[in-house]
Design a protein around this ligand. Structure first.
Ligand SMILES: [Zn+2]
Ligand SMILES: [Zn+2]
Ligand SMILES: [Zn+2]
Length: 317
C-alpha cells in the first residue's frame, strides 16, 4: 500500500507508505552499505548512490487503492528515493572525513540534484541526512538520502512565498538580509569564512539547530563555484565536529538542503541554505514536540539562541 493523499485542511500531500513496515530486520553485524555487500560489491569509489529499496516513492508506483474523490484526493506515490553513501568506510562520520572528501560529496550532491531534477515529473529534489538511532536511523554507515517529489514540499513553498513577498516590499532578498543582519550582529554566529556563514537563527525552533548560508545570493549548489563549495565543506566539517563535542557523544541530527525547486521555473528571490534540526537540549535531555508545537504550530525554545550559539562557538575542535 503506497499512495499520496491530499489533506484539504492543511492543503498538503501525505505519503502513505504502509509497505515500509515490511522492511526486513537486518542481522546486528551486517551492513548493507559496506563494500562486499550485495548492492555494494566493490570499494573503488569515494561517494556513491544506491536506489532506496524500501522507498516511500517510486518512478513506477502502483495505482492507489483508495478512490480519487474531490474531497479526498489521491495520487500514485510517484517520485524517487535514493541513498547517498558518503564513504566506503564504516567506522567514521561525515565530520571526520577530510575537507577534500566532503568537497567531492558536495559536487556529487550537486550532480544528483541536477540529474534527478532534470526528469520531467520531478518538481523538487530534497537532499537530507538523518543521523542517530534516537531519530530512527538503524544503519550507522555514513549516508544520507535524496527524496524527489512531483510537487513542492510545503516548507519550501512557504519560504518561496515569504521571499517573494519580501522582495515586493523591499526590492531585496529576504535571506540575504537575514545573513547581513547576522553578520553585523555576530552574537548568533557559530562559524564564518569568506563565503559561508553558520548561525543559530534569531527565531530558532530547536536550541542547537544551526542554519548555513552561502553569503552570495545563489539558489542551489549548482550556482556555487569551487571555492564556495570548498568553503562550505570546511564549515560543514567544523559544525559536525563541534556537534559531536557538544555533549561528548555522536549527536543525532537531521540536516536538510533547501534549494530551489526543479520545475524549470525561476526562483530569483530564493536563497539556498542548509538547516539542522537537533532534538537534544542537553546530553540526556531530548526536546519532544508537545501539544503547543504539534497541535498549535507554536514552538517553545527552552534556551536562548544567543546562549546556544556562544556555547557552540566556544567548542574547540
Ligand atoms: Zn558499513
Ligand atoms: Zn539572497
Ligand atoms: Zn529553509
Amino acid at each position: 500500500m503506497g499512495e499520496l493523499r491530499w489533506n484539504p485542511v492543511f492543503k498538503e500531500w501525505i505519503i502513505v507508505a504502509a509497505h515500509r513496515q515490511a522492511r526486513p530486520q537486518l542481522p546486528e553485524d551486517f551492513c548493507p552499505f559496506c563494500p562486499g555487500a550485495p548492492e555494494v560489491p566493490t570499494s573503488d569509489w569515494k561517494v556513491k548512490f544506491l536506489p532506496n529499496k524500501f522507498a516511500s516513492l517510486s518512478m513506477d508506483p502502483p495505482n492507489p487503492i483508495s478512490k480519487n474523490e474531490s474531497l479526498f484526493q489521491v495520487k500514485p506515490a510517484k517520485g524517487q528515493c535514493e541513498i547517498i553513501l558518503y564513504t566506503p568506510e564504516h567506522n567514521t562520520t561525515l565530520g571526520k572525513l577530510p575537507v577534500e572528501h566532503i568537497h567531492t560529496l558536495i559536487d556529487f550532491w550537486a550532480e544528483r540534484y541536477e540529474i534527478i531534477g532534470s526528469q520531467d515529473f520531478i518538481k523538487y529534489v530534497l537532499i537530507f541526512e538523518n543521523r542517530g538511532r534516537e531519530i530512527g536511523v538503524s544503519l550507522d554507515h555514513p549516508h544520507g538520502q535524496i527524496y524527489s517529489f512531483g510537487f513542492i514540499p510545503p516548507n519550501i513553498q512557504q519560504e518561496i512565498n515569504s521571499g517573494n513577498e519580501y522582495f515586493q516590499e523591499t526590492n531585496r532578498c529576504l535571506f540575504c538580509d537575514i545573513v547581513d543582519r547576522e553578520i553585523k550582529d555576530g552574537s548568533r554566529t557559530v562559524l564564518e569564512n569568506s563565503d559561508i556563514i553558520c548561525f543559530v537563527p534569531f527565531y530558532a525552533t530547536w536550541p542547537y539547530g544551526v542554519h548555513i548560508y552561502p553569503k552570495r545570493h545563489v539558489q542551489s549548489l549548482l550556482d556555487m563555484n569551487e571555492t564556495e563549495r570548498k568553503n562550505l565543506a570546511q564549515i560543514l566539517k567544523e559544525i559536525l565536529l563541534k556537534y559531536d563535542k557538544l555533549f561528548d557523544m555522536p549527536l543525532p541530527y537531521e540536516m536538510i538542503f533547501h534549494q530551489q525547486p526543479s520545475d524549470n521555473k525561476k526562483y530569483p528571490n530564493y536563497h539556498f541554505h542548509i538547516e539542522f534540526y537537533i532534538i537534544h537540549r542537553a546530553r540526556n535531555k531530548i526536546k519532544y514536540l508537545g501539544g503547543c508545537e504539534q497541535g498549535g504550530g507554536v514552538f517553545v525554545n527552552p534556551i536562548t539562541p544567543e546562549v546556544t550559539a556562544a556555547e557552540l562557538r566556544d567548542i574547540k575542535i
